[in-house]
Design a protein around this ligand. Structure first.
Ligand SMILES: *[C@@H]1O[C@H](CO)[C@@H](O)[C@H](O)[C@H]1NC(C)=O
Ligand SMILES: *[C@@H]1O[C@H](CO)[C@@H](O)[C@H](O)[C@H]1NC(C)=O
Ligand SMILES: *[C@@H]1O[C@H](CO)[C@@H](O)[C@H](O)[C@H]1NC(C)=O
Ligand SMILES: *[C@@H]1O[C@H](CO)[C@@H](O)[C@H](O)[C@H]1NC(C)=O
Ligand SMILES: *[C@@H]1O[C@H](CO)[C@@H](O)[C@H](O)[C@H]1NC(C)=O
Ligand SMILES: *[C@@H]1O[C@H](CO)[C@@H](O)[C@H](O)[C@H]1NC(C)=O
Ligand SMILES: *[C@@H]1O[C@H](CO)[C@@H](O)[C@H](O)[C@H]1NC(C)=O
Ligand SMILES: *[C@@H]1O[C@H](CO)[C@@H](O)[C@H](O)[C@H]1NC(C)=O
Ligand SMILES: *[C@@H]1O[C@H](CO)[C@@H](O)[C@H](O)[C@H]1NC(C)=O
Ligand SMILES: *[C@@H]1O[C@H](CO)[C@@H](O)[C@H](O)[C@H]1NC(C)=O
Ligand SMILES: *[C@@H]1O[C@H](CO)[C@@H](O)[C@H](O)[C@H]1NC(C)=O
Ligand SMILES: *[C@@H]1O[C@H](CO)[C@@H](O)[C@H](O)[C@H]1NC(C)=O
Length: 703
């Protein structure tokens, strides 16, 4: 070794020491945005504005859609429809021109993440069961996928894990996908007790993350805590083994703007992803439903902004968090990056705290029996004690649009935007991003898992709200909605809220075009069995068995369609779905598709009735009463030890049984007056252990 070599080695050694110092920082601090970055060298504004007439898509989005449609989607159509003879068409006649399709997945909570996952797997070509039914394939021909609230958790999970199969994503794959772990409660994962050591470590990590952001000068709120909790389940750096540690960053540092670098995005495998969030006028303190003219935002991998005519502006997502005035940074060398944390995007889209958090008594109204309310209170009060003056019940988002459209934009003079749950205006399914005129969609699939009626089933309220918002606020910037029932009562009496329905099958002559809506509402199993998918918004844990029953039911409905007056699946449903998807590219509807449309299209002049859905059960039935959640957790944590445990039990039982035998014989020999009852009582414990260990074994094979 020459001297210079040694010198270099020394330098490397010193460098690696310095690096390991940096690495030794708490990984969860990766949640902190970076400040004082150089701003991009654009001579003009970092914000682009447009009117309804000058509306254009971001160039990168346009390129993405063009590539996906020409190189990926045209093959996917051919896979899905074959030569199209099954539905009465000749595939070649489409000449490569296909309708543009988007899928909207609504919220709220774990219910809708699971409902969305089940529906998407039913539409996924990669799922062989769905493919065989003819429904699997629609996901692959979709150009867009929008999601809000609980739906955004599903989308974030798919996206940031590079678009694995939904089954592997949800249940885990024994490799780098460790399942959603919904059995570990979102708020109190370890035990209902707030003094539980693991809970305390978990909250410590979450608070450390959020405080690292606050320390860099950003106002934080309960939304930040919430988004960090969500990340433990939906992002990829948390396993059962590291759940209560700071060994990984638990998804902190994963940025929404970086999703465009993932292989599945780079090769255009996935629909263009959009997340939506509502807002309330800054400082208004609204704790109820927000008005329909309150700005609705969207987040794509490229931009953050709104198509609402009142704002009509977009800013680069990568630099979001930077405070801009009239599109210019206050200081060109003080831009912010790393604000667009996937945790925070999913948190903002599901930030329903303006309605649930009572500012007077600090209660959330969560379940008090399982520790959720106490746990949330505990961690919230910890945050509050550090940052008492922030707006706590919304997502605080530095306003990139200060000074823009002072007359029509509600927050033109605000420093912080106050973002809320995508359903805060009661528009639970994020439809309006897909109706933006410049996006030019022909078909929109609406995945509606809203809990509207007393049994937590949708009753069309979300579509009705979109209809009203489109006609009152967005008529210049967005496509119109097709005709739908005019009231929730009519949705219910026609039964279209309880089965797949197509809206807008025929265009009205002389009227502006609207897309076909394929409506897939959460509904009871069509075979009449007891439903498990109508759970509450604030159910923050599901046992593995519960989740499997839930997903299988919703998957079954997605594949089953609707056959009037029966409890049987419709064998033609998959092909009928293909008819609806391709219809806008068809010149003359085939006989087969016309029959499908007679069955599935909503016709305002010939109403259907909910009596065509016989023997449905509407009331929720717990598929896993008792839950045995803690047993499951323990099992997962102790899988290795368990084998030994079972052997030990068997040995112990054998020993004890042997002893009893010996003892009984001995007693029988010793005394003729031994009481048989007593012996029977003595038998009970062994029988108990026996069934118990059977139950444990059964559960092991489920998980
Ligand atoms: C379409 O494909 C099916 C089988 O996939 C085949 O039986 C049928 O002959 C084909 N029809 C035409 C018109 O090519
Ligand atoms: C299809 O999806 C369902 C629901 O997610 C799942 O249970 C099933 O295992 C999947 N089938 C295949 C073959 O992947
Ligand atoms: C987690 O996902 C990110 C991107 O979404 C990826 O870069 C990273 O390698 C993944 N980590 C693990 C442990 O799988
Ligand atoms: C997960 O693991 C598989 C196989 O080891 C690998 O191909 C894939 O890139 C990994 N995904 C992520 C997101 O790290
Ligand atoms: C993670 O770090 C934070 C801050 O240092 C600490 O409060 C918390 O208890 C740590 N969690 C674990 C599991 O060690
Ligand atoms: C695109 O990327 C995804 C995810 O990495 C991969 O599964 C898929 O095979 C790729 N597709 C093509 C056409 O390369
Ligand atoms: C599109 O998005 C990129 C990335 O955020 C941004 O740099 C660019 O300015 C945007 N504008 C247009 C007009 O495409
Ligand atoms: C908020 O808490 C206060 C004090 O407990 C109570 O009087 C009030 O009714 C609560 N508000 C709501 C909307 O529940
Ligand atoms: C929204 O509508 C309300 C009336 O419902 C009106 O007072 C308010 O000014 C409107 N806000 C904007 C930004 O147009
Ligand atoms: C429909 O749901 C909404 C809540 O989203 C509720 O206020 C309304 O009473 C319901 N109407 C019917 C007819 O079920
Ligand atoms: C659509 O048009 C077809 C053919 O004109 C007609 O038979 C059908 O009833 C119409 N359907 C609806 C929903 O208006
Ligand atoms: C109305 O719809 C029913 C099926 O729901 C159909 O049998 C009937 O022919 C339709 N009537 C008219 C006038 O289109």
């Amino acid at each position: 070794m020459t001297y210079p070599d040694i010198f270099i080695s020394l330098q490397l050694l010193i460098l690696s020491c310095i690096l390991s110092f940096t690495v030794a920082q708490n990984p969860v601090d990766a949640y902190a945005p970076t400040v004082n970055e150089n701003c991009p060298e654009t001579p003009n504004s970092l914000v682009r504005t447009f009117t309804s007439q000058t509306q254009v898509l971001n160039t990168s989005e346009t390129e993405y859609i063009a590539s996906r449609e020409s190189y990926v989607i045209s093959n996917a159509w051919s896979n899905w429809l074959g030569n199209a003879s099954d539905i009465g068409y000749n595939f070649d006649n489409f000449e490569g021109k296909f309708p543009r399709i988007g899928i909207a997945i609504g919220g709220e909570g774990y219910r809708t993440a699971q409902y969305g996952a089940a529906v998407l797997s039913g539409l996924d070509w990669r799922n062989s069961t769905a493919r065989a039914e003819g429904t699997g394939g629609l996901l692959q021909v979709a150009s867009y996928l929008s999601a809000s609230s609980g739906g955004s958790w599903l989308l974030g999970s798919l996206l940031l894990n590079d678009w694995p199969s939904i089954t592997e994503l949800v249940y885990g794959n024994g490799g780098n996908l460790s399942s959603w772990m919904l059995d570990l409660d979102l708020i109190v994962p370890s035990s209902p007790s707030i003094n539980n050591g693991n809970n305390q470590e978990y909250w410590g990590s979450i608070l450390a993350s959020v405080e690292s952001k606050a320390n860099n000068g950003f106002p934080t709120s309960v939304t930040d805590l919430w988004g960090r909790m969500v990340s433990y389940h939906f992002l990829n750096e948390t396993t059962r083994a590291n759940f209560y540690t700071n060994q990984t960053s638990h998804g902190a540092g994963q940025l929404w703007s970086q999703t465009s670098l993932l292989p599945s995005f780079q090769n255009h495998t996935i629909p263009f992803p959009i997340v939506t969030a509502d807002s309330r006028e800054a400082g208004s303190g609204i704790t109820t439903t927000v008005p329909l003219n309150s700005t609705v935002y969207e987040i794509t991998p490229f931009e953050f902004g709104s198509w609402d005519p009142g704002l009509g502006a977009m800013s680069p997502l990568k630099f979001t968090g930077t405070h801009l005035t009239n599109g210019l940074p206050d200081n060109p060398s003080a831009c912010v990056t790393g604000f667009d944390q996937a945790s925070f995007v999913m948190g903002a889209s599901s930030s329903f705290f303006n309605v649930v958090l009572n500012a007077t008594d600090g209660n959330f109204g969560f379940d008090t029996s399982n520790g959720d309310e106490d746990g949330m209170n505990f961690v919230f009060n910890q945050l509050l004690s550090h940052t008492p003056s922030n707006t706590m019940n919304a997502a605080n988002w530095p306003n990139p649009f200060k000074g823009v459209n002072p007359v029509t934009f509600q927050d033109s003079s605000a420093d912080q935007l106050e973002l809320l749950d995508g359903g805060a205006n009661l528009e639970k399914t994020p439809l309006s991003s897909l109706l933006v005129k410049a996006r030019g969609l022909d078909v929109v699939v609406v995945v509606d898992g809203s809990a509207d009626d007393q049994n937590y089933w949708p009753n069309g309220s979300s579509l009705l709200t979109t209809f009203e918002r489109i006609s009152s606020v967005l008529s210049s910037s967005h496509q119109p909605m097709p005709p739908i029932p005019g009231t929730a009562a009519l949705f219910v009496s026609t039964g279209v809220n309880m089965r797949p329905t197509f809206f807008g099958c025929n265009l009205t002559q002389g009227q502006p075009a609207y897309p076909i809506i394929i409506y897939l509402p959460n509904a009871p199993p069509l075979d009449g069995s007891a439903p498990a998918t109508n759970t509450g918004d604030t159910q923050f844990s599901y046992t593995s068995l519960f989740m499997a029953v839930f997903i299988n039911q919703a998957f079954g409905n997605t594949l089953g369609g609707f056959k009037p007056n029966t409890n049987s699946p419709d064998p033609d449903w998959g092909q009928c779905l293909q008819c609806a998807a391709i219809d806008r590219a068809v010149t003359l509807r085939s006989d087969f598709c016309s029959q499908c449309f007679a069955q599935y299209c909503y016709n305002p002049n010939n109403l259907t009735s909910n009596s065509e859905l016989p023997n449905r059960q509407y009331q929720f039935a717990d598929p896993d009463p008792g839950g045995l959640q803690k047993v499951e957790e323990w099992l997962e944590d102790n899988k290795g030890a368990l084998a030994g445990f079972v052997v030990a039990i068997i040995v112990a039982i054998a020993g004890i049984v042997g002893f009893i035998f010996w003892w009984r014989k001995r007693r029988a020999r010793r005394s003729r007056y031994s009481r048989v009852d007593e012996l029977r009582d003595d038998d009970e414990p062994w029988r108990y252990y026996d069934t118990r260990s059977l139950e444990l074994t059964r559960r092991m094979s489920i998980t």
